[in-house]
Write a protein that binds this ligand. Structure first.
Ligand SMILES: Cc1cc2nc3c(=O)[nH]c(=O)nc-3n(C[C@H](O)[C@H](O)[C@H](O)COP(=O)(O)OP(=O)(O)OC[C@H]3O[C@@H](n4cnc5c(N)ncnc54)[C@H](O)[C@@H]3O)c2cc1C
Length: 624
């Protein structure tokens, strides 16, 4: 297939097979023995075909048509063009290619699953929200449901006949989930009557699925306040008869949908449970274990949003490259004084090259981060002993970095893509303005990036016994530095090494603040720390990449320069790939990563204005 507008497939395969070597997992773990590189590649190629031919064409029309709500029937319609693409997605089995075969999955390594998800999501984030949420709900039932619950719900959710959601948020319980008011009252038959309202529920109601299965967080009457008193219930829109057919309506209604800045094809619903006192919920797992259960699913869900950040950035970059290689404007900088000079494509202007290389560096770094995170979550399940323990520790640190870092970056990359297009980029006839609008929500849902940063700083690092998670992460960076010596130019290796020394300084300072009980100082610096660790992670994975791409580039390109090099690159796609991969890593390390040291200095500087800034110092804020 020719270059697609979604993902640089060559790069995805580089990360999967040259960097992570997922095709060799079968040699170590028998459950992957059937999956060789050919099988994995053909699965990925099929994902690319469906994403490019069916998902992506529905993206712009889906954004224009959006979702509609009928207040009389209380039903929601999603963009009409989504159905055939979603059908193709489900029919090819892409809902759960990395899940166990017992629930209809293909049992492939997680990294392949996330790579396929990247290309589908790059085709249309809002469309992929429907199966994405359903998949999360289905895995909850698989992990915590009774045999009866699994039998009742999983097969139909797996086939795409029924869908699922995640019902956490309420008007007064957003980041603070523990403040929820949705109530559950136990019935003599062991079921629960549910009453309450949930807001912002993605896919809450829609005309694609025949039934919706809502995992709902609620408090059983009399249970303690806060997160300790929360339980989780399966609440279907329609009850299910013993023979598996749809039964009576379960008093679950959609009270309206949001009109949003982006992801317009994804229905964001206000859901009312039990308006008529007739909504039945079935306990999932044990009473008062709702938050614990949800937390176990959060790793996958947050990885999913980090992947969305990558997917949006990837397609924004691909569009910007294509546009820049075609748009002619202005003469070459070396011909500025020549009145006869012909105009050149904007890709030849140094500032546009800089923008493209900047985007390329981030996209490629984020891709390694996301696939590597999925790979470690995978190892935490299939490996044994220390290997599994370290993989989980690494994943724990990488999850908030990846969720917050990738999504913050997606907003910047999609904006830079608009910049490459100039005025056309700002217009809805071109795809990048939609990507910029779609990207913003990824910083907000699944725990805002502020909440991710606090999770990283406190739970994942400072409160983790002896900072074990951080030490594992640190050692991986040190191993990469060691492996890069003698392969990659010293100036890049030194920079990454110096970066870790400075980060250690920050962690030591924070440990001291923790010991002194200076919590305000710690929370004030949570986001700066997260942003610094994201930059450090990007630098690390680029150095890792260079240890592989530098010798490969050398073998293909040798010492060729100028016209001779250009001729080779025009003719040899592999040489062009490695050459480009080396340059984007060098650009990231040499031109972007030095900014990291400023971020570190800003933390170490110890400015305390934030701590002194009480409400009245913000002019205009009402004092209630
Ligand atoms: C399009 C869309 C889809 C969504 N899909 C779903 C879904 O499917 N299911 C679901 O349950 N929810 C969903 N949500 C809800 C989403 O997860 C919440 O909006 C998000 O968790 C933030 O909650 P909030 O909007 O109440 O903001 P708030 O919690 O009020 O936060 C406002 C700001 O204050 C900050 N803040 C809040 N508390 C703290 C604190 N303790 N310390 C520091 N900073 C803090 C936040 O970081 C944020 O910047 C969706 C939202 C949208 C817009």
């Amino acid at each position: 297939m020719a270059l697609n507008p979604l993902v640089d497939v060559r790069d995805a395969k580089f990360v999967l097979f040259e960097l992570l070597e997922v095709d060799k997992m079968g040699q170590k773990f028998p459950k992957y023995a059937d999956y060789d590189r050919d099988t994995m590649e053909s699965t990925y190629d099929l994902a690319e075909k469906i994403a490019v031919e069916q998902v992506y064409p529905a993206s712009a029309p889906g954004d224009k048509e959006g979702c509609t709500y009928n207040p009389d029937t209380k039903e929601v319609k999603i963009p009409s063009m989504y159905k055939p693409a979603l059908d193709a997605f489900y029919e090819a089995g892409f809902l759960n290619i990395a899940d166990s075969t017992e629930i209809g999955g293909m049992g492939m390594p997680y990294a392949i699953g996330v790579a396929c998800n990247e290309i589908f999501s790059a085709g249309s984030i809002p469309m992929l929200m429907y199966p994405g949420l359903s998949h999360g709900a289905m895995l909850l039932i698989e992990s915590f449901g009774t045999e009866e619950q699994k039998k009742t719900y999983i097969p139909k959710m797996q086939s795409g006949e029924w869908g699922g959601t995640m019902c956490l948020t309420e008007p007064d319980a957003g980041s603070d989930v523990g403040a929820l008011k949705t109530k559950a009252v136990k019935q003599p038959d062991g079921t629960y009557k549910i009453t309450g309202q949930k807001i912002f529920i993605s896919s809450g109601d829609n005309n694609y699925y025949k039934n919706m299965i809502h995992p709902v967080l609620a408090r059983i009457e009399g249970d303690p306040k806060g997160t300790k008193g929360i339980s989780i219930f399966i609440v279907p829109k329609y009850l299910v008869n013993p023979d598996g057919s749809l039964g009576k309506f379960n008093d679950v209604t959609c009270a309206g949908i949001e009109h949003k800045m982006g992801i317009k094809g994804s229905a964001t619903c206000t859901m009312s449970f039990g308006d008529n006192g007739d909504c039945i919920g079935y306990l999932l797992g044990e009473e008062r274990k709702g938050m614990k259960i949800m937390f176990q699913m959060m790793n996958e869900a947050r990885l999913g949003v980090g992947m969305q950040g990558l997917a949006l950035s990837s397609t924004a970059y691909m569009h910007a490259v294509t546009y820049s290689k075609n748009r002619k404007q202005g003469v070459h900088v070396t011909q500025m004084l020549n009145p006869e000079a012909q105009s050149v494509t904007i890709s030849q202007h140094p500032d546009v090259k800089r923008m493209l290389l900047w985007m390329k560096g981030y996209v490629e770094g984020m891709r390694i981060l996301v696939y590597y995170l999925a790979h470690n979550l995978n190892l935490s399940h299939v490996a044994q002993g220390d290997e599994a323990k370290e993989a989980l520790a690494l994943a724990e640190v990488l999850i908030p970095i990846c969720k917050a870092g990738n999504t913050d970056t997606a907003v910047l990359v999609t904006s830079e893509a608009v910049q490459c297009y100039g005025g056309y980029g700002y217009c809805s006839d071109y795809p990048v303005e939609q990507l910029m609008r779609d990207s913003k929500i990824t910083q907000i849902y699944e725990g805002t990036n502020g909440i991710q940063s606090m999770d990283l700083t406190m739970r994942k690092i400072l409160m983790n016994p002896e900072q074990y998670n951080y030490q594992v992460w640190r050692k991986r960076v040190a191993d990469t530095v060691k492996a890069a010596r003698g392969v990659v130019e010293d100036k890049y290796v030194d920079l990454v090494e110096k970066g870790m020394v400075k980060l250690d300084e920050v962690i030591e300072m924070m440990k001291k603040q923790m010991a002194e009980g200076k919590f305000m100082h710690l929370f004030m610096n949570a986001t700066p720390l997260q942003q610094a660790m994201f930059m450090m992670s990007m630098a690390w994975v680029h150095l890792w990449s260079l240890t592989i791409t530098t010798p490969k580039r050398k073998a293909l390109v040798g010492d060729k320069k100028g016209a001779e090099l250009d001729a080779l690159l025009a003719d040899n796609a592999e040489a062009a790939y490695y050459n480009g991969r080396v340059l984007s890593s060098q650009f990231f390390l040499g031109a972007e990563f030095p900014k990291y040291f400023g971020k570190i200095e800003a933390i170490l500087w110890g400015e305390t204005a934030v701590l002194k800034a009480s409400d009245p110092c913000f002019t205009g804020a009402p004092l209630e």
